[in-house]
Design a protein around this ligand. Structure first.
Ligand SMILES: O=C(O)c1ccccc1NCC(=O)[C@H](O)[C@H](O)COP(=O)(O)O
Length: 207
């Protein structure tokens, strides 16, 4: 499974979907250089999206705001990127939630796995670099994550691009990895996807 995050232009949506992205991310966090308003994903034609599903990324928004945007932008999933709790996930609908964890926040992989277990009803997990937020362009320690015992399939995020994504997939393949999340590593500038980098990274994952 490939997620390309931070869509800001209709042509990037079409080209990333054609390149084989399964999930396309739209960031509703105003401080992000990739911020978009709900009318952008809502306006996309089904032909442009193809089989790709729309994921909304939320950091500080309330449950009411997330639910409103879910409907308005016609999202398939919500990626909760602000440490939201189980009650929040339940209110949005566990089956629609991609819950984010930051492994660097935990003293050990066991502690991370324990916290993940508390969110085992969520659709999918995403592991990102740093200790909060996203789009940092930094990578996690793939070799260490290979030993993770995750109760749900998860997406690996953080500084992935054409040069390192294959190694990341190979390292984590046996640790319940569902796929990868590509963002700043496939851009020419924040929010502007470089389709050649997207294509090369997707081909590297799938070869
Ligand atoms: O990308 C952002 O600007 C962003 C800002 C605030 C919260 C989340 C954000 N991105 C969410 C993602 O899923 C990114 O793809 C993920 O953090 C990895 O980004 P990168 O390290 O640039 O590959």
């Amino acid at each position: 499974m490939i997620k390309v995050c931070g869509m800001t232009r209709p042509e990037d949506v079409r080209l990333c979907a054609e390149a084989g992205a399964d999930l396309l991310g739209f960031i509703f966090h105003p401080a992000s250089p990739r911020f978009v308003t709900p009318d952008f994903p809502a306006s996309l034609e089904p032909e442009a999206l193809g089989q790709a599903r729309k994921v909304g990324v939320f950091v500080k928004e309330s449950v009411v705001e997330v639910r409103h945007t879910l409907d308005e932008a016609r999202l398939d999933y919500v990626q909760l990127h602000g440490g939201q709790d189980q009650k929040f996930c339940r209110s949005v609908g566990f089956e629609r939630v991609i819950k984010v964890f930051w492994p660097e926040r935990y003293a050990s992989l066991d502690e991370l796995a324990e916290d993940m277990a508390r969110f085992a009803d969520c659709a999918l997990f995403l592991l990102d670099a740093g200790t909060s937020g996203g789009g940092h362009g930094r990578s996690l320690d793939f070799a260490a994550l290979a030993k993770l015992d995750s109760p749900r399939p998860w997406l690996l995020a953080g500084g992935l691009g054409p040069k390192n994504v294959r190694a990341a997939v190979e390292a984590c393949a046996k640790a319940n990895l569902a796929g990868v999340d590509l963002n700043s590593g496939v851009e020419s500038a924040p929010g502007l996807k470089d389709i050649e980098k997207v294509r090369t990274a997707i081909a590297a994952c799938r070869r």
